[in-house]
Design a protein around this ligand. Sequence first.
Ligand code: FAD
Length: 307
Amino acid sequence: MDGSFEVVIIGGGPAGLSAGIYATRSRLNALLVEKMFLGGQIANAEVVENYPGFPDGISGAELGSLMANQAQRWGLQTAIAEVQRLELNGAGRSVLTTEGRFDAKTVIVAGGTEHRKLGVPGEDQYLGKGVSYCAMCDGAFFRDQPVAVVGGGNVALYDALFLARFASKVIVIHRRDQLRATKILQERAFEQAKIEFLWDTVVDSVEGDGKVGGLALRDVRTGSRSDLAVAGVFVAVGLRPNTGFCEGLLDLTPEGFVKVNANMETGVPGIYAAGDIRSGSPRQVVCAVGDGAIAAISAENYLAALV
Ligand SMILES: Cc1cc2nc3c(=O)[nH]c(=O)nc-3n(C[C@H](O)[C@H](O)[C@H](O)COP(=O)(O)OP(=O)(O)OC[C@H]3O[C@@H](n4cnc5c(N)ncnc54)[C@H](O)[C@@H]3O)c2cc1C
């Protein structure tokens, strides 16, 4: 693989793969760098019901895999490596990775987001021993046992609904008295008899003895404390953009998302951002693939203006 490309795409989720399809179909020499597996976080969705073209829904893993196949069919080159730094290199850009350096005329940043932590005692200690950030990955370990989900957004309810298939009971712990999740998910969760809600409540610590045995809780209105016996806790309290490799180079929002305009242009010419990582993203697959297409078209226009 040559170390110099017209486009280097960082991240192999829906945004990056869509950018890859557009770039390769425009006959650009494009490389996508992904640190884990192609498909991105949609692989965690058991079923995707809101991506057009699949009236009966499609599993997230299959959707991600189809996108990857499509991009590779058009000649997108891929490297499995973690991007550590994005730098300016004269008129070009350099992407420094665990597998070496790739030089590029343009870069599309599509690194998505990762889960936020609760930041309470016991959370790190019991990671993999009852604490999880992925219901799809770990839910089946909790068959016929009570589990908690912490959070009140879409991911928290996706997780709760999925876990209700295995667990004896799913307790959703939310720090407010209302959910942020979309109405359809709320309706499904309220109808599911195994799901209970603890409102205005936060987790103070994860307790256990070698593995999770319960949670120490606090009512944020009264300050009263209580214990909840659970075998597992699934943390779904929001997302943090994967922008560590471009800090100091790109303009970020206070929350760390990459600032872009409608053409997915960052403040640095030739560098674009797309998908969940960019400011104002609705964090949906259909939006991420749209962003990826726009970013690739913008990159193509930029390259055309160079010659
Ligand atoms: C459980 C769950 C259910 C969901 N259900 C739906 C749904 O039904 N419908 C819907 O529209 N959306 C859903 N979503 C949201 C959807 O998955 C995201 O909006 C979408 O995946 C965003 O795509 P992306 O390409 O921007 O980012 P991601 O999918 O997050 O992909 C980013 C990629 O970048 C890689 N990466 C990050 N940092 C680096 C680095 N330094 N070096 C190299 N690679 C890096 C990551 O490994 C990842 O593969 C769901 C999400 C979850 C978690």
